[in-house]
Design a protein around this ligand. Structure first.
Ligand SMILES: Cc1cc2nc3c(=O)[nH]c(=O)nc-3n(C[C@H](O)[C@H](O)[C@H](O)COP(=O)(O)OP(=O)(O)OC[C@H]3O[C@@H](n4cnc5c(N)ncnc54)[C@H](O)[C@@H]3O)c2cc1C
Length: 376
């Protein structure tokens, strides 16, 4: 194994590039965006994500430029705290690190530069021809290339997946997330979640000075388009349900509709195996989860680490990919299915329906997050 093409230079693609380059593989990334424009709201990295980032040599930098915190305080919409949750720390890695997505991206990008990953921006693959000992590729600018292995890390709407496996479409789960970045209030010492009748609100520190808010809501089964001029009034209307200083004191900072990051939530399960011949799909392209457990990116980073560990064993591609599947399938399935379950229950609550007997949100969260602390 000498030369690998990675399609998609997001969190999973850059992580895979770093991991492979670290073991001496020549790696090229093609990224469809001419230049990155990563939005500045945050992302939660649980301890297992930090452990995987450490294998890439960037955990300390991510912690330095983010904001580690131990607990998530679970509160009613009126601010009464009824529980505390959190991923258990792993070794020296704290339970969580809140970090701006833009900064996480920069941290990975700088590491790519240090280890010598080659990027080709504004480019995708138009044709993939799988051969016995590698793949031939035609790019969207008409150039061609030959590689020993191709990794599709091009996200939930993966083109590589379509070229290799045909049509698989993400499933909208009936929920959406609204996100916005704020100055951090002095009393936000850890993560907070507030549970209302129509939504849930999370406040997550990103640095000493900043935090981001997420609001999960049910926008209807038809996944309606929300015009830009309705973004702020709609977001603020959800926040009316939370008459507490931590929420009410920041509402005036919501002023720019372009900074409201609105995302309908979707999942995707690519049936196993996630490979054919010399092409493997990793990250959201294979197992996209909704963010109810804040673990989708963690899975993509872990995919990258496991892939490089298997490639380092210097086997044939089939053996590498097959061991990769053995190590990844159940873990990724657990997160996607548990997140779907949590999303289903949330949706029932926002629709005013009762939860199925035995539904236990805390137990599902706790069990899944505990499982993720196990070695990969
Ligand atoms: C609202 C929300 C909140 C989330 N919060 C968290 C969280 O707190 N913690 C967590 O761990 N995870 C979270 N996630 C999940 C996380 O964002 C994803 O799991 C993660 O980004 C997946 O990484 P990826 O590299 O597979 O895909 P992506 O990050 O989507 O990267 C794909 C890359 O491929 C590029 N690309 C796309 N198509 C092509 C093409 N045809 N050719 C070339 N390049 C292409 C894209 O431009 C992009 O750079 C959240 C997700 C959502 C939707």
């Amino acid at each position: 194994m000498k030369k690998v093409l990675i399609v998609g230079g997001g969190i999973g693609g850059q992580s895979a590039a770093i991991a492979l380059k670290q073991i001496g593989i020549e790696v090229e990334i093609v990224e469809i965006l001419p230049q990155y424009d990563v939005y500045g709201v945050g992302i939660i990295q649980q301890a297992n994500a930090l452990r995987a980032l450490d294998s890439l040599g960037v955990a300390d930098e991510a912690l330095k430029r983010g904001c580690p915190y131990a607990k998530v305080k679970m509160c009613s919409s009126t601010g009464h705290q009824f529980a505390e949750t959190g991923t258990p720390p792993i070794g020296r890695f704290p339970s969580h690190n809140g970090i701006s997505r833009r900064i996480l991206h920069e941290v990975l990008n700088e590491r790519c530069e240090t280890v010598g990953v080659q990027f080709r921006m504004g480019l995708t693959v138009d044709q993939i021809t799988d051969k016995e000992n590698g793949v031939d590729v035609r790019f969207s600018d008409g150039t061609t290339g030959s590689y020993d292995m191709l990794i599709g890390a091009d996200g939930i709407n993966s083109k590589v997946r379509k070229l290799i496996f045909g049509d698989y479409f993400p499933k909208y789960v009936g929920l959406s997330v609204w996100r916005y970045a704020f100055k951090r209030p002095k009393d936000l010492e850890t993560g907070y979640m507030y549970f209302g009748k129509n939504s849930k609100v999370g406040l997550i520190p990103m640095t000493k000075e900043t935090m981001y808010m997420f609001v999960v809501s049910a926008e209807g089964a038809d996944n309606p388009f929300i015009p830009e001029d309705e973004m702020i009034p709609k977001l603020k209307s959800y926040l009316e349900e939370y008459p507490i200083p931590m929420v009410q004191d920041i509402i005036d900072q919501i002023t720019d509709p372009k900074l409201v990051n609105y995302r309908p939530l979707e999942t995707l399960h690519l049936p196993e195996p996630w490979y054919k011949g010399n092409v493997l799909i990793i990250g959201d392209g294979a197992h996209a989860t909704i963010p109810q457990l804040g673990s989708g990116a963690a899975l993509a980073i872990e995919d990258a680490v496991v892939l490089a560990e298997e490639v380092a064993k210097q086997d044939g591609t089939e053996a590498i990919f097959s061991r990769f599947m053995n190590r990844r399938l159940e873990r990724c399935k657990l997160v996607v299915e548990a997140s779907e379950k949590l999303g289903e229950w949330e949706l029932l609550e926002y629709e005013g329906k009762s939860l199925p007997e035995g539904a236990n949100i805390g137990a599902v969260m706790g069990k899944t997050l505990m499982a993720l602390t196990q070695p990969i």
